[in-house]
Design a protein around this ligand. Structure first.
Ligand SMILES: Nc1ncnc2c1ncn2[C@@H]1O[C@H](COP(=O)(O)OP(=O)(O)OP(=O)(O)O)[C@@H](O)[C@H]1O
Ligand SMILES: [Mg+2]
Length: 352
């Protein structure tokens, strides 16, 4: 069973503090969308609204076309794997996993078989008879995962489900979650503040900031074509260089910035360039060159493939790179030029 989820203009407050601001999001049936963002940006609050643990002050929630906004939590039929979402301490691991099946009226033998199958998938078949108090934190988290998955709900929600696991188990479990989710085609919302985790597990990722979604797209698009400065910084475009177009010659654009900076950019590689814009580059996308942006080099760091430099320019401090074959010293006056593959064009937000 699977259903599309629609969040339409959700606003939420704790007391008088607004923590979600007009948030809209469509998750297609069978899709896994992650909410990614810094601590406190409103990820858990969004899940609490969908689950029915908190009522929005404005907006609407629908699942499979049915309006849930005013439905009590226990009637929403959503599978939850939350941070510290408690297991029943007096029930065995197997009984914990089978609990939702019992509530749905499934017979004892079938329940047990299904619970054991799910426990095997999360690697806990040998611990089925234990109590939750006799497990490690990571094992408990896997029981919670099995318990949510076994009822095959139309919507699954995960809140940092892997944060208590060690690095290897974390990667194994995220592959397992993704496989189970794909197999069952379960619409899913996954919350994390780990970019690699979000990008590896998701069809699309919503990057959140201060109660709003700043961009929702595939990991590939977010990584290569962020839509704004916030998302660009988030995915590693550390240098944001304000420029204005001085001349156009076919696809070649000459742009100027502070302190006599002049760069030439290719619209065939970067896409359309407006008259005023911000050039965003990763450290690898800003290289020591013959001309470009005048800079004074600061601290040099060895990165194996190249050197990375702190660089002071008339427009601000940037991070640039240079070849191992020609190390430069602190205080060297150089020019920095963009390397298109590691750059993108952003709208000039000050002008917008
Ligand atoms: N019960 C509450 N009462 C008052 N404020 C709250 C409550 N729960 C959360 N907040 C506040 O609401 C904002 C959003 O919190 P939320 O838990 O949604 O963040 P989050 O994105 O899940 O963060 P984290 O990554 O740390 O889990 C934060 O500023 C938080 O301090
Ligand atoms: Mg949270």
């Amino acid at each position: 069973m699977t259903a599309a989820l629609t969040l339409d203009g959700l606003t939420a407050h704790y007391g008088t503090t607004k923590v979600l601001d007009d948030l809209s999001l469509d998750v297609e049936a069978g899709e896994l969308v992650s909410l990614l963002g810094a601590s406190g940006c409103g990820k858990t609050t969004t899940l609490r609204l969908i689950a029915g643990f908190l009522a929005p002050t404005a907006g609407r929630i629908a699942l499979g076309g049915t309006d849930l906004t005013r439905l009590p939590a226990h009637k929403r039929n959503i599978g939850l794997v939350f941070q510290n979402y408690a297991l029943f301490p007096h029930l065995s691991v197997r009984e914990n996993v089978a609990f939702g099946l019992k509530q749905r009226g499934m017979g004892g033998a079938e329940r047990r078989a299904k619970a054991d199958e799910m426990l095997a998938r999360v690697g806990l078949q040998d611990l089925a008879a234990r109590l939750p108090g006799e497990l490690s934190g990571g094992q408990r988290q896997r029981v919670a995962l099995a318990r949510a998955l076994v009822i095959e709900p139309p919507l699954l929600m995960f809140d940092e489900p892997l944060s208590n696991l060690d690095a290897k188990l974390r990667v194994d479990m995220r592959v397992e979650i993704r496989q189970l989710q794909r197999q069952n085609g379960t619409t899913s919302v996954f919350v994390t503040h780990d970019q690699e985790e979000a990008f590896s597990i998701s069809d699309r990722v919503a990057i959140m900031d201060a109660g709003r979604i700043r961009q929702l797209d595939t990991p590939e698009v977010l990584y290569q074509r962020p839509a704004n400065a916030f998302v660009a910084r988030f995915v590693g475009f550390e240098n944001l260089i304000p420029l204005r177009v001085a001349a156009r010659d076919g696809a070649a654009v000459t742009a100027e910035g502070a302190g006599g900076a002049t760069v030439t950019l290719d619209q065939d590689v970067l896409g359309p360039i407006p008259d005023r814009f911000v050039l965003a580059t990763r450290p690898d996308g800003l290289r020591i060159a013959e001309d470009g942006i005048p800079a004074t080099l600061g601290l040099r760091t060895y990165l194996g493939r190249s050197y990375q430099y702190r660089a002071e320019t008339p427009a601000g401090a940037y991070v640039a790179s240079g070849p191992l074959s020609a190390p430069r010293d602190m205080g060297d006056r150089v020019h920095l030029a963009p390397w298109a593959e590691q750059c993108c064009i952003l709208p000039d937000e000050a002008a917008a």
